[in-house]
Design a protein around this ligand. Structure first.
Ligand code: ATP
Ligand code: MG
Length: 350
């Protein structure tokens, strides 16, 4: 019998690929002044699974989410890569090739892919009741009468755990607590029954108790509906609780990818190890914060030579790591972009 150490027993389920991101690259600025914020990001979102994306502030987590959805802030632009919806099927579409303001991509955003933000007011307007906003979201994608959409909205609010939804439907966002507002944000994201959800730090703005409730809600909805969830966080406790697979990002690249149990049991990248250092026992400290790592994340415009983590790395190999970049993690495979990890793999194979 395998001892259940993680809190996500569904991790063994696996599902088909819903979205495959390949070699995504994003730059901010123009010409010689441009800065590469994402450099060769590849990710797979699978039905019924949670992909955790973790890393320190500024490593490119939000830019990844926004690039996938075609909602990059100016002056950001995609300079390479593909975002394949339904990859490998006859319905495959490359979202990166669509006009970000066009009808096709708008139909995907909010239709196939739901979005949950850190601050629900990003998605909600202060001027309309929560009910009217969800009703509009439903009717933007589906032909439904106003009465039918209102009934569906009450059901959605009930599903996300809002008490007395028949009354709350007519509340304005400012009349609700932060926790209830985030529940409305989740209801909004689910309005068109998406099969993919992207949640960018959905609980960071909430107190610890509310965080736990919202994460439990997200996990339940994701499992019940078989949704592929991409969960962005800087909190390894959230990763342990929620993720099936984990992508660790550093300075616009994925430096390690692994199933969650393997990542915690045997992290291969020194950066991952540094992130985990403050979480010695995940069972004892389920909500522990990231370790503080010496130094700060450099600006993408001042990317260190060789391995970008080398100036902060305690395991740096002099004469190698500062001159040569280790190979990237191959798309869809577990591994780490580090010379130490490469030698570990070679030793294991020999
Ligand atoms: N609007 C912008 N203009 C210029 N550069 C930007 C802009 N947005 C992001 N960037 C660049 O992209 C990098 C990654 O930003 P991003 O917001 O994705 O970080 P993050 O990992 O989400 O961090 P956090 O944990 O703080 O949310 C930033 O360090 C910055 O250099
Ligand atoms: Mg962010």
């Amino acid at each position: 019998m395998v001892e259940q150490v993680m809190t996500n027993p569904g991790a063994i389920e696996s599902g088909g690929h819903m979205l495959s991101v390949r070699d995504l690259a994003v730059e901010f600025g123009q010409d010689r002044g441009s800065v590469r914020a994402l450099d060769g990001i590849s990710l797979d979102l699978r039905a019924g699974r949670v992909l955790g994306v973790v890393g320190e502030s500024g490593c490119g987590k939000s830019v990844t989410a926004r690039a996938i959805l075609g909602i990059l802030d100016r002056p950001g632009r995609l300079v390479g890569g593909r975002v394949l919806l339904d990859p490998g099927t006859s319905a495959e579409q490359n979202l990166a090739a669509l006009d970000p303001n066009g009808a096709a991509l708008r139909a995907v955003r909010g239709g196939r892919i739901g979005l949950i933000f850190q601050e629900p007011m990003t998605a909600l307007s202060v001027h309309y009741t929560v009910g009217n906003q969800i009703i509009e979201a439903i009717r933007a994608h589906k032909t439904l009468s106003k009465a039918a959409a209102r009934a569906a909205t009450v059901e959605l609010l009930r599903e996300v755990g809002i008490p007395r939804p028949e009354l709350r439907i007519d509340a304005y966002p400012f009349q609700l607590s932060g926790g209830l507002r985030q529940r409305v944000g989740i209801a909004m994201a689910l309005a068109c029954a998406p099969d993919i959800l992207i949640a960018d730090e959905p609980t960071t703005a909430l107190d610890v108790t509310t965080q736990a409730q919202i994460l439990a809600l997200l996990r339940r909805l994701q499992r019940d509906k078989g949704i592929a969830l991409m969960l962005i966080t800087h909190d390894m406790g959230v990763i342990a609780q929620m993720a099936d697979d984990v992508a660790v990002m550093y300075l616009g690249r994925i430096v390690e990818f692994a199933p969650v149990r393997r990542l915690f049991a045997a992290p291969r990248h020194p950066y991952t190890r540094a992130l985990l250092r403050s979480v010695p026992d995940i069972r004892a400290v389920p909500r522990a914060r990231l370790a503080t790592i010496g130094g700060t994340v450099p600006h993408p415009g001042a990317r260190p030579t060789g391995c970008a983590f080398h100036p902060r790395c305690q395991e740096m190999i002099a004469g190698r790591c500062e001159t040569t970049a280790p190979s990237p993690v191959p798309a869809g495979l577990e591994g780490a972009s580090c010379f130490h990890a490469e030698s570990v793999v070679q030793e294991a194979v020999v």
